[in-house]
Design a protein around this ligand. Structure first.
Ligand SMILES: *Cc1c(COP(=O)(O)O)cnc(C)c1O
Length: 395
């Protein structure tokens, strides 16, 4: 059985490794998250917003031309059609409703590329709650359009000036803020990472993805199970959502696709399952990229959403036990795949998602297989990168 235990462990991965001063905040969440999210009134409001505000259910689309090309059957779970353009909104809607019920009046978040920051600023605007997003000063420079979006949505973007001025420094600032404001503030984490109960909580909010896949596949194929589910993994939230209702059905192959960056052995990579070892990062025991004395190695990927030195504890467990297969895809193969999907299906995917599609070129499958690819987000945000590299890949 793949399931989280009461201490937040999936096998040997997970737990809550936190500074003493965060204990009350985490304890409050741990004690209440299941009770609150199981209340009928919570469930009702969550479902209603997913339907009317996010636009769910997201379609499960049979990709005819792509299937013909790969000589198999490929379905796309269209998270790119959600409000704000990716799966991240499923989680932020869930967490804002939880925060309200815990009596919180102030939301903090950290963001790297700005996608989670935008999804958080969006739900704060929706509920009229104060929102502060921490972001590395370097990332603020690099991701100007998302910074503008957050500001337009009414959020305050606070720069982190320490260290490399990127995501991990923003995370440190957010944690410092939470320690100083434990009573009125909720910290919205954007993936299945962090101390328990975050990985389980975020996976539950994202599990709507595979919940819908079951009945949508049943309608289309007569069977609730696909043969294979493929998803990209940064922290692992879209993959957790797409795998969730199949975790204990061994006949369903789960494929987690990581970013190899410039190549596994290049020193510029984010392929945690290959390059990582066991350790603690951001409050949980998992696989992470670290030096021999435990310093975190700077990851690299062309896609900001996969540029993370760890993976969520659920995925560390799935990969370590062989339940999931890990595949790593380079920048160039992801780019090639993005241009190809655009031309063959008329869908421009996010760069993160393009890694999942590139896996189709390297993995084995049968002609009769039913394969679902989680199309985690749309590519509008990556247009500048796509334009920059276009000439290298046009045939
Ligand atoms: C953020 C992001 C990801 C990576 O995050 P996960 O938690 O691993 O899902 C993947 N795809 C898109 C489109 C994203 O915005």
């Amino acid at each position: 059985m793949v399931a989280v235990d009461t201490h937040g462990y999936y096998g040997e991965f997970g737990g809550a490794f936190i500074p003493e001063m965060l204990y009350p905040n985490i304890e409050e969440l741990k004690t209440n998250y299941l009770t609150i999210t199981n209340e009928p009134s919570f469930e009702k409001e969550f479902r209603q917003l997913l339907k009317d505000y996010v636009g769910r259910p997201s379609p499960l689309y049979y990709a005819q031309r792509l299937s013909e090309h790969y000589q198999t059957n490929i379905y796309l779970k269209r998270e790119d059609l959600n409000h704000t353009g990716a799966h991240k909104i499923n989680n932020t809607i869930g967490q804002i409703l939880l925060a309200q019920r815990l009596g919180k009046t102030r939301i903090i978040a950290e963001t790297g590329a700005g996608q989670h920051g935008v999804a958080t600023a969006t739900v704060c605007a929706l509920m009229g709650i104060q929102c502060i997003v921490y972001m590395g000063a370097v990332d603020i420079e690099r991701q100007a359009p998302n910074v503008q979006r957050m500001k337009m949505l009414g959020a305050e973007v606070r720069p982190a000036h320490s260290g490399s001025k990127t995501l991990k420094d923003a995370t440190n600032e957010a944690i410092r803020d939470w320690i100083n404001n434990p009573v009125d503030t909720h910290y919205i984490i954007g993936s299945v990472v962090g101390p328990h109960p975050y990985p389980d909580m975020v996976a539950r909010f994202q599990s709507v993805i595979s919940e819908e896949m079951r009945w949508q596949l049943k309608e289309k194929t007569g069977r609730e199970q696909p043969d294979i589910v493929i998803a990209c993994v940064g922290g692992g939230s879209n993959a957790a959502g797409a795998f969730y209702h199949y975790l204990n059905e061994e006949s369903v192959r789960l494929v987690a696709v990581e970013a190899a960056g410039l190549g596994i052995d290049s020193g510029e990579s984010a392929a945690t399952s290959v390059l990582g070892s066991k350790g603690v990062i951001h409050g949980s025991r998992t696989l992470l990229m670290q030096t021999q004395d435990g310093q975190i190695v700077e990851p690299y990927s062309i896609s900001a959403g996969l540029d993370y030195p760890g993976i969520g504890p659920l995925h560390a467990h799935l990969i370590a036990t062989g339940r999931a297969e890990a595949i790593s895809i380079t920048d160039d193969d992801a780019l090639k795949s993005a241009y190809f999907l655009s031309k063959i299906e008329g869908i421009i995917p996010a760069l993160e998602t393009a890694h999942a599609f590139a896996a189709l070129d390297v993995m084995k499958y049968r002609k009769e297989d039913q394969i679902v690819v989680c199309l985690s987000g749309r590519g509008d945000k990556d247009l500048n990168t796509y334009i920059k590299h276009f000439d290298r890949f046009k045939d």
